[in-house]
Write a protein that binds this ligand. Structure first.
Ligand SMILES: O=C(O)CCC(=O)C(=O)O
Ligand SMILES: [Fe+2]
Length: 243
């Protein structure tokens, strides 16, 4: 089982000025491309888990929740003090006052088969401020499923209704078509060729992002760790969700 020693030692080696430098990169470039966080063995182990998951799913796209990914040992990384302290420090350096809730919202996204295309090119904002992404499997040639990002296009909204307006303006056929053609933001859109096992960080809530597609016979798998919902306590959100 993975012990994530490489990750833990790098994360705990970071000084306050290292954290500030990372936040600076995320604020100015939109995405921080970090070092290799998973060892070769950990990566191979996770890739084997993805292969068997996809096999069970009939070679089609599948997303695993935190609970479903538990057997792989992946959760031990976000559950470690080193990783959660890192996220807390990042948030404090980026946004000042620490948010109340640092619960991880985790997903292991495995794209393949006919359904890979449907799950690609969907530009969106995340519901959570910080997104940490670790690619597990990325096609090395052909359609690689590059990550696309228009960095920091909005601030954290003071209320949930304003956040919904942003989402509606983005999640409609016309805007999606324009973004796919890269018409309004061509020069601001970043393309990142992801390297398996490395760490990537961006403000998912504040940045429009998506991934390009991969061909049906290849596999693109990413582990995503989302943190801090600015509207966690919104009564409108609760009402809309019927809670
Ligand atoms: O898999 C990726 O590259 C990004 C996925 C993403 O943005 C998300 O699940 O919110
Ligand atoms: Fe996202």
């Amino acid at each position: 089982m993975a012990a994530f020693l490489t990750a833990k030692s790098w994360l705990s080696s970071l000084s306050d000025s290292d954290i500030e430098a990372i936040v600076d990169v995320v604020n100015t470039d939109g995405i921080y491309s970090g070092p290799q966080l998973l060892s070769d063995d950990e990566l191979k182990h996770m890739q084997a888990f993805v292969t068997s998951t996809i096999c069970e799913a009939g070679h089609e796209t599948v997303s695993l929740s935190r609970e479903q990914a538990r057997v792989s040992g992946l959760n031990d990384l976000p559950d470690s003090d080193e990783f959660s302290d890192f996220i807390r420090r990042l948030y404090a350096a980026g946004y000042g006052a620490p948010a109340s809730d640092f619960e991880v919202h985790q997903i292991l996204r495995c794209l393949t088969g006919r359904t890979a295309a449907v799950h690609s090119w969907n530009f969106h904002y995340d519901s959570y401020v910080i997104t940490a992404l670790i690619p597990i499997e990325i096609p090395s040639d052909g359609m690689r499923g590059d990550f696309l990002l228009i960095p920091n296009t909005r601030q954290i909204r003071s209320n949930y209704a304003r956040n919904l307006v942003d989402k509606v303006l983005l999640d409609n056929a016309w805007t999606q078509k324009m973004l796919r053609k890269r018409v309004p933001a061509a020069d601001r859109m970043k393309r990142v060729h992801l390297t398996p096992g490395h760490l990537y960080l961006f403000w998912g809530y504040r940045s429009i992002h998506t991934n390009e597609e991969v061909s049906s016979d290849s596999v693109r798998a990413t582990a995503l760790f989302h943190y801090v919902d600015p509207h966690a306590h919104s009564s409108l959100k609760r009402r809309l969700r019927g809670a």
